[in-house]
Design a protein around this ligand. Structure first.
Ligand SMILES: N[C@@H]1[C@@H](O)[C@H](O)[C@@H](COP(=O)(O)O)O[C@@H]1O
Length: 240
């Protein structure tokens, strides 16, 4: 596991973006795994800058980690809207190459199977991950056991609280989400985990240097051969 600590936020964003840009330069039809949350926003800005400097995403395919259950695509807090706003509207990606779980599907089990079939056809070259305060990756919440494939998850209280800041009140935060499972995440050839801020310091330490346990889903990343962890000083301050 490679751990890089940055003094400057925009340096972290630029470095993360360069890893994705390099992948696309090397392989124009690369498959990118994408994440939401506040952490990737600056990274997407830098990816858009790479596009403005000439990098094309015409042949690229993307998969997002997760989507809320029950939010229509055009809801302002859907991850579909987030991705349009922060990335897809600003690059030349083909809409048909963009994949997110559909959280409003009538048959969510069928939707999960559809997503897994697509993932099986398009192995992810590089996967971006944020880190939940409780160690979740995507929406794989800490539990006695974890699920490998795409599934519906009930969000933990702490996740609802953390994400309430994006909604009018905690009552408006969807209680369930569709998430890619840890199997698909760990099958990505390269994983880039980004975390910032003092409030992530404890979970960063637990995930990277604590025991490998389903109680901290991000700790499973310790088993992956090619993980690059990008932290600011605050998020990295408890690491030994
Ligand atoms: N489903 C997302 C995760 O993919 C993300 O990593 C996490 C952390 O978000 P933030 O970067 O805003 O701390 O939030 C959400 O719960």
């Amino acid at each position: 596991m490679e751990i890089r600590i940055f003094d400057d936020q925009s340096e972290l964003d630029r470095y993360a973006a360069s890893l994705f840009a390099e992948t696309v330069r090397r392989k124009p039809d690369a498959v990118l795994g994408l994440a939401t949350g506040s952490t990737p926003i600056g990274i997407y800005e830098k990816i858009v800058e790479e596009h403005r400097r000439g990098l094309s995403f015409r042949e690229v395919t993307t998969f997002n980690l997760d989507e809320y259950v029950g939010l229509p695509r055009n809801h302002e807090q859907s991850y579909y809207t987030y991705m349009q706003k922060h990335l897809f509207a600003h690059i030349d990606i083909r809409p048909e190459n963009v994949h997110l779980p559909n959280g409003t599907a009538d048959d969510l089990a069928a939707e999960c199977a559809r997503y897994d079939a697509l993932l099986a056809k398009h192995p992810i070259d590089i996967q971006l991950l944020g880190l939940g305060h409780n160690g979740h990756i995507g929406f794989n919440e800490p539990d006695e056991s974890l699920i490998g494939e795409t599934h519906v998850v009930e969000l933990k209280r702490e996740t609802l609280e953390a994400n309430a800041r994006f909604f009018a009140s905690i009552r408006d935060v969807p209680t369930h989400a569709v998430t890619m499972g840890v199997g698909a995440i760990l099958r990505a050839k390269t994983i880039v985990l980004a975390a910032r801020g003092t409030d992530k310091a404890r979970i960063v330490k637990e995930a990277l240097q604590g025991p490998i346990t389903t109680k901290c889903p991000a700790s499973l990343l310790q088993t992956h051969a090619h993980v690059i962890v990008l932290l600011d000083r605050e998020a990295g301050r408890e690491l030994e």
